[in-house]
Write a protein that binds this ligand. Structure first.
Ligand SMILES: [Zn+2]
Ligand SMILES: [Zn+2]
Length: 290
């Protein structure tokens, strides 16, 4: 069986995608719009009915991830984000418009109520490093606490920035909390360490995926796309998916999922109808996919 055939089982929704509205002072990673993503991905056969991905899930930052703060409702940015959130289809491609908010040390997020009410989906992540949060197990407590927030659908890149202490944490506590509350856990393809990355990043990832395989939390595959460079890499990765000689983050990440024992059915953003059904359920009813 080619890689392409089994890997398609894990794919469907190209999720965790940022547009230029995610740029802030000191944070200028993004150079795309929803339209430019759709046009480019469609042109390169990456998005469409027969393509590896069929729909987009946009998750713009609600506020500056470098210095998270609660967004002013009167601001220009807030209006732009609300306006964009009304686009559900672009050139025949379904687009879900959500947000990636930042977890704050006070146990809340930076997303205002009126914005999460309009958002298709809300991802909550730690940005700007963990230095504002206390060390060790309390970091895990921060993530557990975030699961309790009704506005949070998904925990974004929970491993990022704490690889060094990951093996000391009892992740099962988090998986149980996530399952009990209906919060999905992101596997962030963009931060998956490639074959040339140091051992201190690789080992925790593989251990973490093994722990995740025992579940029972639901999983969300996110790509954290911001710009043209990443789009080109995604295309190169997909084109060389069956060529073991080319370095390939997407292939390495999906191989790691499979060898950890994570089956495709665990991923909630695959077939469009399943994804919609998951979103339609009240958070507390989303349950486990195991
Ligand atoms: Zn993030
Ligand atoms: Zn992101």
């Amino acid at each position: 069986m080619s890689n392409e055939a089994w890997m398609r089982e894990y794919l469907g929704g190209l999720a965790h995608v940022h547009t230029r509205l995610s740029n802030y002072h000191g944070h200028h990673e993004s150079d795309q719009s929803v339209q430019s993503y759709v046009a480019w991905l469609h042109e390169h056969d990456l998005l469409g009915p027969q393509a590896p991905w069929q729909y987009l899930v946009i998750t713009n930052h609600t506020a500056n991830p470098v210095r998270p703060w609660r967004l002013s409702l009167r601001g220009w940015r807030s209006r732009q984000l609300k306006h964009q959130a009304l686009q559900a289809t672009v050139d025949g491609i379904r687009v879900w418009q959500g947000f990636e908010c930042s977890l704050l040390p006070n146990g809340h997020t930076d997303i205002p109520d009126t914005m999460h009410a309009r958002a298709a989906v809300v991802v909550a992540s730690v940005h700007g490093g963990w230095s504002n949060f206390s060390d060790g197990p309390s970091r895990l407590a921060t993530l557990e606490q975030a699961c309790n927030l009704l506005e949070v659908d998904i925990l974004g890149h929970p491993l990022r920035g704490i690889e060094a202490v990951a093996s000391d944490l009892n992740w099962e506590l988090l998986w149980r909390r996530a399952t009990a509350t209906g919060t999905a856990i992101e596997i962030n393809v963009n931060s998956f360490p490639g074959a040339t990355e140091p051992e201190w990043r690789q080992t925790p990832w593989h251990q973490w995926l093994k722990s995740l395989a025992h579940g029972p939390a639901q999983l969300w595959l996110g790509f954290d796309l911001h710009n043209q460079v990443q789009l080109e890499r995604l295309r190169a990765n997909w084109q060389s998916i069956d060529n073991p000689d080319e370095p390939n983050q997407l292939r390495d990440c999906l191989l790691a999922l499979r060898s950890a024992g994570i089956r495709p059915e665990r991923i909630i953003n695959r077939q469009v109808n399943d994804w919609q059904a998951w979103l339609d359920q009240p958070k507390g009813d989303r349950g486990s996919k195991l």
